[in-house]
Unconditional design. Sequence first.
Length: 256
Amino acid sequence: MPCRYSPVGPIKILEQLQDADALGNYLLLVAHDVLADDIGYSLLLDDMHNPNDADEFIIMDNGVIELGKARPFIDVVGAAEVALPDCVVMPDVLGDYAATRTLMESQSKVIVDCPFPLMKVPQGSDLSQIVACIDWLHEEIHPMWPLKNYWGIPRWIANKFETRAPVIDYINRLGAEPVPQIHLLGMSDYWGDDLLCAILHNVMGIDSANPIVRGLLDLPMQPASQLHLPRGDYWEQTKINGTVLENIAYVREAIT
């Protein structure tokens, strides 16, 4: 299946995308926003759900980008109980393997009891640490959910090393069963690399608020332009426009 794009945004924006038939069936939700309006999200997901669509996929994110640190995992699980996602993003600390392990260990009871498969997210200050984190996640965390093998590759890796491709390749070469299903967590500063990684083996999707943020400013998505703009009051926005829809359509066409 080609790589898919998930819009990321507040519920009022997502509702309008659904009304415009632009939300899609591949969606990353942010836990703290779901908890803030559980009824609204339940209604949205009921409207989105098609029992005949086997390709629907929902990821529950821990909000580390929006909040600066991951929401406590018990809250992420609580949001997941509202949205019933296919997987939940594990507790992590951006760019820090040791701190990520410590955070995981501190919340181990909730993790072990989690009824949803984990999306494993490698962290580390350099490539050797990222590889060490992947090995640890593969050896210690994957056996907890042996029937699923979800990975999320954060955008900061591309921002720092200009590509996520070696990390994706390393995960693919682990030879794990089932085969990995890899999600690109956010658009990076290197749109060309995002496009390259989108067609790599076992990459299933990418999420980003950028096409919507740009669209609300009437700025089209262009590969040569600055993709990341200050989000400002984005999470308080309530109304989309035509440029938002054009940007979403552009991204979906570009990554397939």
